[in-house]
Design a protein around this ligand. Structure first.
Ligand code: ADP
Length: 195
C-alpha cells in the first residue's frame, strides 16, 4: 500500500532451548512486527483439537518434523494476514532447506524478500539443561535428544544456506536474555530500549 511503512522480515534460527521463542516475542514487540512461532501455532491446534492438531499431534510428541507441504499451508496462510504484510519475525520456520525454498517462493509472490536471518548459537549442554527445565510435553529427555538430532541434521544446514546468501547474522545465545536482545538489535543496526 502506498505510504505504508515497511517493517523488517526476519527469520530466527536456533536449536530447541536456544531462547529464540522468547527473543522473537521481545524483538517483535520492539520492531512492531508479529512474532510468528510455528511451534506455538501447532501446539494451539493440538490443544484446540482442530483437524490440523489431529494431524500433527503424534509427530510433534515424537520430536519429528511435520511434513513440508502441511507447514507450507500453515505458514502461507499466516503470512497473508494483514498484520504480517509489512513485516514479521519467523520462529520455527523454515526448518529444512526445502522449507527455505518454499518461503522464498511465498515471498517472491508478494514481491518481498527476507531482510536478515538471525542464528542464536548456544552450547549443547546448555540447550539440554534449558529444554529439560521447561517441562513441556515434547520436552521429555528422549524427545529432547531426538529434537536436537533433527535440528543438527535438518535445520543446521540452513545457516550455510543463508550465509551464502549474505543474510546470516550469528548471535551468542548463551548470554543473559537482555544481552541477547541487545545483540540481536545491534546486528540489525538498532538499539535496545527497555519498555
Ligand atoms: P523448539 O523451538 O523447542 O524446537 P518449536 O516450538 O519451534 O520447538 O516446535 C515444536 C514442534 O513443532 C517441532 O518439534 C515440530 O514437530 C513442529 N514444528 C514446528 N515448526 C515446524 C516446521 N517448520 N517444520 C516441521 N515441523 C515443525
Amino acid at each position: 500500500m502506498a505510504g505504508e511503512v515497511e517493517g523488517l522480515r526476519i527469520v530466527l534460527l536456533g536449536a530447541p532451548g536456544s531462547g529464540k521463542g522468547t527473543q522473537a516475542l521481545r524483538l517483535g514487540a520492539r520492531l512492531g512486527v508479529p512474532a510468528i512461532s510455528t511451534g506455538e501455532m501447532l501446539r494451539a491446534a493440538v490443544t484446540a483439537g482442530t483437524d490440523l492438531g489431529h494431524r500433527v499431534g503424534s509427530v510433534m510428541a515424537a520430536g519429528a518434523l511435520v511434513d513440508d507441504a502441511l507447514m507450507a499451508d500453515v505458514v502461507s496462510h499466516r503470512l497473508e494476514q494483514a498484520d504480517a504484510r509489512r513485516g514479521f519475525l519467523l520462529d520455527g520456520y523454515p526448518r529444512t532447506i526445502s522449507q527455505a525454498g518454499t518461503l522464498e517462493e511465498m515471498l517472491d509472490e508478494q514481491a518481498r524478500s527476507l531482510d536478515a536471518v538471525m542464528l542464536l548459537s548456544v552450547p549443547e549442554e546448555q540447550l539440554v539443561a534449558r529444554t529439560l527445565g521447561r517441562r513441556r510435553d515434547d520436552d521429555r529427555a528422549d524427545v529432547v535428544r531426538e529434537r536436537l538430532r533433527v535440528y543438527h541434521d535438518k535445520t543446521e544446514p540452513l545457516a550455510d544456506y543463508y550465509r551464502e546468501r549474505g543474510l546470516l547474522r550469528e548471535i551468542d545465545g548463551s548470554q543473559p536474555m537482555d544481552h541477547v536482545s541487545a545483540a540481536l538489535l545491534s546486528a540489525l543496526g538498532l538499539a535496545w530500549v527497555e519498555a
